[in-house]
Design a protein around this ligand. Sequence first.
Ligand SMILES: [Zn+2]
Length: 1120
Amino acid sequence: MRSKNILSWNNSLPTTLYSPSSPHSSPRPSGSGTMGGDASLGAPGSLPRRSDHPVGQRIKGIYTDRLRQFTSEGQYSGQNLVSKYFEAVNSDEDHVKLSVYSPPDLSRPTFEEATSHEFKPTHIGASFGPSWSTHWFRIRLTIPEDMLDKERLEFHWDANNEGMVWNEDGHPLQGLSGGGERIEWVIPDAWRDGKEHVFFIEMACNGMFGNPPGDDQIQPPRPNKYYTLHKAQITAVNLEARALYYDFWIIGDAAREFPGDSWESHQANVVANAMMDAFIAGNGSQESIKQARKIGQGYLGDKVDSADVYKAGTDNAIVLGIGQCHIDTCWLWPWAETKRKVARSWSNQCDLMDRYPEHRFACSQAQQFKWLEKYYPSVFDRVKRWVKKGHFHPIGGSWVEHDTNLPSGESLVRQFLYGQRFFESRFGQRHTTFWLPDTFGYSTQIPQICRLAGMSRFFTQKLSWNNINNFPHTTFKWVALDGSQVMCHMPPSETYTASAHFGDVKRSVTQHKSMDQDNTSLLVFGKGDGGGGPTFEHLEKLRRCRGLSDKTGLLPKVTMGGSVDDFFDNLEKKAATGTEFATWYGELYFELHRGTYTTQANNKRSNRQSEFLLREIEYLATLASLKGGYKYPKERIDDMWEGVLLCQFHDCLPGSCIEMCYDDSGELYAEIMETGQHIRKEALQALGFATKNTGKGFVALNTMPWPRSEIVPMPGASTATHGSKYVLASGETGVITGQPMSGSELPGVTVSEIRPGVFRLANERLRVEVQDGVITSLYDVEADREVIAEGGKAGQFVVFDDKPLYWQAWDVEVYHLESRKELKSSKTVIAENDPHRVSVVTETKISDVSWVKTTISLASAVRGEATYVEFDTEVEWRENMKFLKVEFPVDITNTEASYETQYGIIRRPTHYNTTWDMAKFEVCCHKWADLSENGYGVSILNDSKYGFATCGNLMRLSLLRAPKAPDAHADMGRHRIRYAILPHIGALDSRTVRAGYNFNHPLVLQPSSGTEVMHAFKSIALTGSPALILDAVKRGEDDEDVSRGELPKRPGQSIILRVYESLGGRARGTIHSKLPVKKVWKCNVLEDDEEELRLFTAGGNSGVNIELRAFEIATFRLQL
Ligand SMILES: [Zn+2]
């Protein structure tokens, strides 16, 4: 009866005697007189005088290793607990009748479509495919006589792929993920009637991670994968044996993972061995299983079979468990599959909530909710019921879990505007936590944008993947460029898809880096990406972890039933009452996945173009809508934005998806462009613009909030006067007429071959020398200085070998820099020699299959405008794991370079002093990067690129990569890329900021109608500091003539203006309007009025003075 001894030993374990916190723990004072004194003075000892048998020291390692025997599938599985899991199984054709319908052409039909077809008999062992195909199974189930009174009946289905269980009425019940992961569906008790019952399983021929060819999950998917149905059976589960399995697992983990010098580890070892011994002594009988569980209670307590285990005081429960199912909106599968993953995963969670009252599940991404609402209304209703009960927690406030490096500022704002409005309209709530566990680095203005979108908390985890420096905080305040802050938490278990292991709970303390301030943490558990979120197993294990903490100790206490909001509420309360949390200023740079600034160039170009197009059409549509006779096309603009926001998902825009996803996004971007062009045309028509040539000359449209003067080509083959194909378009915001120029009005530009093979392009301000396709000299006439570093070659193409450690599409690794290879160009020739624009062209061979053709141009210098040398580059790119970049060595000295980021500028080192500096060997920029010293600087503009590096005085724009996984054809083909080198006298200032906008949106001449409504463009203007950028003009979301009714309408018309301070200092300005403005409000980005501003009127115009702090983003609502 050894086990009994153990049990009693355990129960009588004198924890108080040895506990360091016990008042009895100090040794007795020596010399008390009883030690070794006269025996007759004390009670006789109970220890027998003679030893009756020898007892050895237990060899801990052996007794620990032995524990595996009990639950392993190996040679002992017929003897151990594994053999007791199921009381009976049945898959014979009398009880499980299978038939199947296989839709053609990889289609994904609805339940109604699918079940209207004929189903053909099939059987276990049959195989189904190819990859991405769908198969609908009808299952006719009859519970066998001998299973009718079993405690728990489950249907087990496993074909190593994903599936969804549907009832006969066409309601999805729960998902299955295959491969032994989630294969069970609990059969309703009502089916124990001896009759036949019908249900369906929709099989998707893909696993959780798509269709990788082998174990390497990021390799491009295999198109012809087949899946064998190897399990379809009724199973009577021995719930007691299942429970013992989890008891034993957690105690075994305690034996293995608690510190070897802790008594808790020794005790776990002793208890677990005793449990095995009890099972063996009882020959694996049901009684012995119960006996083993009873022994386990000595370590786990007696409450682990229900949620009651969490009732024993939450005072010092410092780890809050929250379920999650991180579903990448597209990645190794297309959007169409994500829609099904969402329905499968979330219905699983609703199902678990029925059985586990402590379970809480946090779920982000408005887009996924919107899909569910549309395609799975009954699951959406089920979700809504659980949201109402407070168990299912929509979270995050954004449209998708988007990338934050690449989208524009306005895109980031819209992620929250569209996200928060969706959640508010469907669930009556906005979110306070921005939830972004997996995105690849976090841009510096996120805290400010969060605060403006009603959020004060930020959750992520990805920085634990840094492969150079260990991020120093778990819980801290993250501070934006303007000083705005959010409370940030990164779970110390370092995962957002924890399996709720003992180790995850333990690491919540051992890896917590902010213990000086607060010891609490989130444990975010559940299988991601179609794994369906938490399983019953996770919940069972956590109950045992908690039981262990209460009964035995040492493991931090997990609590359940709370929310992420509760967790952050507590942190904010502490911050408010004096706890000084550490701060982190500026971007949360991710030291990995640096290739994602460049991979999938077409997608990134489309993102940039869509953002500019949306900016323009919202502005034009706003002006047109105020004129009458034109309806603001809110629905189409919403569709465009939702498309752009979807494509900014954290695998899509960064370039880490499979090829299928880029087919999808390419199609969506094409729709966005088409819709946008229609809207633009309609709005321009409403504003009196011509649709075709009218013979009334040409006009350009300046939609930038500042005057512009540009040399623009005449449309078609028209030639302006003075022998030039170009005219000068110059004017304020609005309609600009093109002015033909004579040499006296505007000094021209020349090109000549000054020495064999050396060309000089010169205008009034710059002299450029080009030899063999590169700029060997760029001389600033006015500043009287050379811009190119001595011996340097600007515009030099370089190719690097690009083989990261693993994540091909994601990563470029630091060692790629050592493989730098200059590309040699062929001869340069003059391509254009117009009085107002000249250019030379050069072809450069990259390899036998790839080449670059670059046109370097210089236009006449226009007074008051930045002058730059433009590169228009066409690339045929067919490389294999290579990285193409272009270099600009400049004669500038600074230890920091500046990069445009959303609503501001971020400075990063140009050196590798520390590992933190060196980690930034490749960084993200938006429309420009700049290296300046006192008095002078150089900006590099681009029209579609995001990757950059400045190393010393060498500026390097990243152009194209060639990863072969997960998209084998990423970036293969033809590309056109524009960039420019813009030298400037004085510091980095608004010239560069404006040039970035202008360069991305050149003025274009179009036929004039002669009736353009010029004054419309004067109706709104911003004057004052050139640091203030009027970045967006749109109509109010809830204006009664605009609203789509998802939230309460607001009377009247209003105009929303988004203004930001772009250079990093306090700036004043005035908003002017010729419209009948009644009131002006400063708003948040959700367009809630926050502060009414003083409106003044002068000369029939109204105005309001504004003042922004450094890098502030401000939204103003003009109520008409
Ligand atoms: Zn992800």
